[in-house]
Ligand binder design. Structure first.
Ligand code: UT7
Length: 330
């Protein structure tokens, strides 16, 4: 059986209204705008309001993606939410999104692959479509990182923000100029302790002690993660280009995970790409983990950076360790 082609038929994004600037952070921890800007590229991040959660933000981005695709709620056959900050352990945030958006025919599942979650979720959607299982799949990355960082720890709290992005992936005719071409996905659990949220799971259930020790906050060995990220994102991008007989100059746009501007710029240099080929919006949102790529893609579309048939790459790395790259024709 020939795989069925898939294309992105709609995109959407959501960012909370409240903005926390580097100057605001200067009043909260021992940091300064100069350090944050020069080390990370971040200027601002958006922070969810008290009544917002991962699923409400996901639903907002998802609603826009469905509208942008020109579809109706009943057309969506599966919702996949990538998040490391779900509303709760279960039910899955995808179930909550299904209820908010009233999607009568949609299956619901969450993906846990930290910052690489969106690329993993996107690959699952492409697989469902290729097999003929579904025609329209809603794939969302959504995070409320602000509730999982320790606002007293300057090493981590300055880096993260809240937001959501979504795409609808749809089955298309074999003659379509748009298609999902290839994926490389990987993981290395031996790096798990470099970036994690230790407590609240079955290994370390919530107790007074875990709360007192701040074990429900994200922990990161920033330097090790930085080096791993540059090496891995470069290697998998080169690999996916090589095995599809493409060179870096043929790529219209890379929409990378946004963890640090310096990471993406180092990857860009190693790939020999121009600044215009590497999308960056970290200055506005900080690191929104699983949401960075669909949020970035929605903004690239808003800015008219893509036309049908352009080669586009999504590339990410994150906690786990996990990594992933996808090559598509827009
Ligand atoms: O989404 C995937 C997960 N995250 C990442 O990929 C992040 C990857 N890592 C990074 O982006 C960088 O490693 C960081 C931005 C986290 C840190 O940048 P760095 O250039 O690697 O700095 P560093 O950790 O080597 O720290 C340098 C100094 C230290 O002071 P000393 O020991 O040299 O006196 C830190 O205490 O900067 C200090 N520092 C700060 N100073 C002001 C750390 N955080 C801050 C801060 N403000 N917020």
């Amino acid at each position: 059986m020939k795989p069925i082609k898939a294309q992105i038929s709609g995109v959407g994004k959501y960012a909370p209204e409240k903005v926390l600037s580097n100057l605001d952070l200067e009043k909260m921890v021992d940091t300064n705008d100069e350090w944050i800007s020069s080390r990370t590229g971040i200027k601002r991040r958006h922070i969810a309001a008290d009544n917002e959660t991962t699923s409400t933000m996901a639903a907002e981005a998802g609603r826009k993606a469905i509208e942008n695709a020109g579809l109706k709620p009943e057309d969506i056959e599966m919702v996949i939410v990538a998040s490391l900050s779900p509303d709760m352990m279960f039910p899955a945030s995808a179930c909550l999104v299904q209820d908010i958006l009233k999607l009568p025919k949609a299956g619901t599942v969450d993906v846990s692959a930290a910052c690489s979650g969106f690329v993993y979720a996107f690959s699952m959607a492409a697989g469902y479509i290729a097999m003929g299982l579904h025609k329209n799949v809603l794939v969302i990355g959504s995070e409320v990182m602000s509730r999982f960082v320790d606002w007293k720890d300057r090493n981590t709290c300055v880096l993260f923000g809240d937001g959501a992005g979504a795409v609808v992936l749809s089955a298309v005719d074999q003659n379509s100029p748009s298609e999902v071409i290839d994926f490389i996905l990987g993981g290395d659990g031996s790096g798990g302790d470099q970036l994690s949220l230790p407590a609240g799971g079955s290994k370390m259930p919530a107790t007074h002690e875990t709360v007192d020790q701040g074990m429900h906050y994200l922990k990161m060995a920033g330097n090790n993660v930085f080096k791993f990220a540059v090496r891995t994102m470069t290697d998998i991008t080169v690999e996916i280009l090589n095995r599809n007989n493409l060179t870096a100059d043929k790529v219209k746009l890379v929409v990378p995970h946004q963890a640090n501007f310096r990471i993406n710029d180092a990857v860009r240099e190693r790939l020999g790409m121009t600044e215009a080929q590497m999308f960056n919006n970290i200055f506005e949102y900080g690191n929104t983990s699983g949401a960075t790529i669909p949020l970035g893609l929605a903004e690239a579309v808003e800015q008219n950076l893509l036309k049908r048939g352009d080669y586009v790459i999504f590339v990410s790395f994150g906690g786990g360790f996990t990594w992933g790259v996808s090559l598509i024709k827009w």
